[in-house]
Design a protein around this ligand. Structure first.
Ligand code: Z5A
Length: 211
């Protein structure tokens, strides 16, 4: 596959959506063919799964059910969206991927991380990101950004603060153990965060032969 998969990760309100949009504009300006997608909800089937997963009223979803629904969304997304775009040589900017499941269902819910790794492998058939940008911001800052955005809180966002703290620790541990995960200080303003992302990606784009 000729394309590259760039994944954005982080806790609620870390700024993934804003940064992906700015990044897309920058790559288009450079003349690079770019596709933006997300998990859950990067396909038509995934949109239905996303609604089920995030609807605040769905209080009776068991942890294992939740895990399997995220995996089902991913399996569909990899085959329908990621692989075909990588075959075409596109750069993909993906809002969340396998590390979200480790952070939220593993560290957050306390499900077995070895099992999650196996499930991720099944869902992705081994497709990994080329680089993962972890937008690191305090959970209190992220949650307060989301609250002031006026969006209605979803099922996961409504979890207790201790849950979000475990998720954040999960990301920190993942980053400490993998060179591929680059920490970006997402507490700064949007422009400063985007500058750091572009600096990080510029080297990769050269190494990958895009510029
Ligand atoms: N989830 C899971 O549990 N397991 C999995 O395997 C996967 C996902 C794949 C959906 O994700 C949920 O699914 C998520 C994890 C779980 N939990 N929740 N809730 P999502 O990515 O769609 O939802 P989200 O994490 O809540 O993302 P978001 O709402 O799209 O937020 P964001 O993309 O990180 O931030 P944003 O939309 O760019 O910014 C939010 C607000 O902050 C907005 O008003 C911005 O203008 C503002 N903002 C952004 N950046 C800044 C800076 N730098 N300064 C000040 N204000 C800012």
């Amino acid at each position: 596959m000729n394309g590259r998969l760039i994944v954005f990760e982080g806790v609620e309100g870390c700024g993934k959506t804003s940064q992906i949009q700015l990044c897309q504009e920058w790559l288009q300006y450079l003349g690079i063919s770019v596709v933006v997608t997300r998990e859950p909800g990067g396909t038509a089937l995934g949109l239905d799964l996303r609604r089920l997963l995030l609807k605040a009223e769905n209080k009776t979803i068991f942890n294992t059910t939740e895990l399997l629904l995220y995996a089902a969304d991913r399996a569909q997304h990899v085959e329908e969206e990621l692989k075909p775009n990588l075959e075409k040589g596109n750069i993909i900017l993906c809002d969340r991927y396998t590390d979200s499941t480790i952070a939220y269902q593993g560290y957050g819910r306390g499900l077995d991380i070895n099992l999650i790794n196996v499930l991720n492998l099944i869902a992705t058939s081994g497709l990994e990101s080329d680089i993962t940008l972890w937008l690191d911001v305090d959970i209190e800052v992220g949650l307060s950004r989301k609250r002031s955005s006026g969006d209605i809180a979803d099922r996961i966002e409504l979890e207790a603060i201790a849950f979000h703290r475990r998720v954040q620790q999960g990301y920190a541990q993942l980053q400490a153990s993998q060179d591929k995960i680059v920490r970006i200080d997402a507490s700064l303003n949007k422009e400063a965060v985007q500058r750091m992302i572009q600096t990080t990606l510029s080297d990769r784009l050269k190494a990958w032969g895009y510029v």
